[in-house]
Structures are given as structure tokens and as C-alpha cells.
Design a protein around this ligand. Structure first.
Ligand SMILES: [Zn+2]
Length: 252
């Protein structure tokens, strides 16, 4: 409580009456934070252009224990991705990335790894707009992992046999993302090729750049399967536990 200084990525802004603005940020030290910036819409605002989406800022805010909405005291641009967002592929990728973090991050609860993932993905995407699909799948898998929704990809969900690179049989994946060995695969399970498996299981060990490279070298079929699985797991995670239910405090 009190004054907090942290790095933050601006996710969304809303206009408020008069010259004020409501700003939703993913912060490094305090998770998802929604704050009011007084006078931010005035021409000569002290916030300048810092409170715009796709901007990494150094944020100072004041927080009261009883109030969900914080008061933004200061914001300075560390890095703006505004120009990168002018590219339509990068723009779509960035919008999706911010949306993903908005859905999964918890209000007022630090998640430095999620913040780090967000920063790394924005940076990479801004420089490699054509890798937007890879970044989306990567950020989906990481977000699921960091929020406890990513299934275990190492062993069979039924008998526990190791399904890593040493496994020679056919791997299967259920609709829920549970991996099965050949013997345990139940009806409706989808066969999972070795390359797609390699992509899914290596998310945990790679940064976005290395993973995107692996993704772009993979067969189109493998890329499609991995992207579909990642998107499906995100949808399931959001349906299973709506974000209001995951908040430690009242929903913003
Ligand atoms: Zn099995």
C-alpha cells in the first residue's frame, strides 16, 4: 500500500469525464492495476504520450487498501511500441497478447514471470511481425503454464509412461490437452506427431525467439496443430474459471 514504483505495460485506456483517463496496466510488482490519471487528456499533461497501449512505462501510483482503483502519479516512457503497431501483423499479434494477459493476470498480485513473458513477446513481435502466429502460440502456452493451466506434456496422463524424445510409439492428445501413450489413447483422442509434440514440450525451455524459429521451421501441419491446441486450452481455461472467480480481491 502507499506509493508503488514499477515497470508496466499499458494494456488499455478509457476516457473519463473531464480531462481524466482510466488506464489498465500489467505491472511488474503489482500484477494487473487499474488507475485513474488526472488531467491525462489535457494537451500539456505531465503524462505526455506515456499512457497509451503498447507502451512500456516506468509507473508511479498511489494505492489505498480499500480502493481497487489506484491514482497514477507519474508515468515515463521506457519504450514505445506504437510504431511497430503500425504493421498490421504486429498490431494483431500485440492486441492479442495484451488481451491474453488481461484475461489471465490477477489484479494486485505480482507475477513477475508473466510480466517478463509479456515484455519478451512484445519486444520480439515488434521486431518480427511475420512471426505473429508463433508468438501467439508461445504466449498462450506460457500463460497457461504460469497460471497452472498447462497440462503435463512429459508422460502419459493415464499410465505415466514417459513420452519424451525416447518414446517410439504414437502419442495422442485429448480434447482437454491430456497426453496419452498409444496403449491408453481413448476414443476421440487426436494423434500428435513428433514435431508438434517437440514444439509443445519445448515451450518451457525456450525464449520466444528460439521457439519461434523452431515453429517457423516446422511443417505447416505441425504448426497448425500446435496453434489449435494452444488456443483450445486457453478457451477451456477461461471457461472453467472465469477471471472474476480467480481474483484474490473483488474484480476490477
Ligand atoms: Zn499410457
Amino acid at each position: 500500500m502507499g506509493i508503488v514504483e514499477t515497470q508496466a505495460v499499458v494494456l488499455q485506456t478509457y476516457q473519463l469525464a473531464d480531462a481524466d483517463k482510466i488506464v489498465l496496466c500489467m505491472t511488474e510488482k503489482a500484477g494487473l492495476v487499474r488507475g485513474v490519471a488526472r488531467g491525462a487528456r489535457r494537451l500539456k499533461s505531465k503524462f505526455g504520450a506515456s499512457l497509451e497501449p503498447f507502451t512500456l512505462i516506468h509507473l508511479t501510483f498511489f494505492e489505498k487498501e480499500t480502493r481497487e482503483l489506484v491514482t497514477i502519479r507519474g508515468a515515463e516512457i521506457v519504450k514505445s511500441y506504437f510504431d511497430a503497431a503500425g504493421n498490421s501483423q504486429a498490431f494483431e499479434g500485440l492486441v492479442y497478447l495484451l488481451e491474453l494477459v488481461k484475461e489471465f493476470a490477477l489484479p494486485h498480485q505480482a507475477d513477475e514471470r508473466l510480466f517478463k513473458m509479456l515484455r519478451a513477446c512484445i519486444d520480439f513481435l515488434a521486431q518480427n511481425p511475420s512471426e505473429a502466429n508463433a508468438v501467439s502460440a508461445y504466449s498462450e502456452l506460457w500463460t497457461l503454464k504460469l497460471t497452472g493451466f498447462l497440462p503435463e506434456f512429459r508422460s502419459c496422463g493415464s499410465c505415466g509412461v514417459l513420452l519424451d524424445d525416447t518414446y517410439r510409439g504414437q502419442r495422442f492428445i485429448s480434447h482437454e490437452g491430456v497426453l496419452w501413450c498409444e496403449a491408453c489413447a481413448a476414443g476421440g483422442a487426436q494423434p500428435l506427431g513428433g514435431e508438434a509434440y517437440g514444439l509443445l514440450s519445448s515451450t518451457r525451455r525456450s525464449g520466444p525467439d528460439a521457439w519461434a524459429q523452431k515453429y517457423s521451421l516446422a511443417l505447416e501441419e505441425s504448426r497448425r496443430v500446435v496453434s489449435e491446441i494452444a488456443r483450445r486450452l486457453v478457451r477451456r481455461a477461461l471457461e472453467r474459471e472465469p477471471r472474476a472467480g480467480r481474483s484474490s480481491r473483488a474484480h476490477l
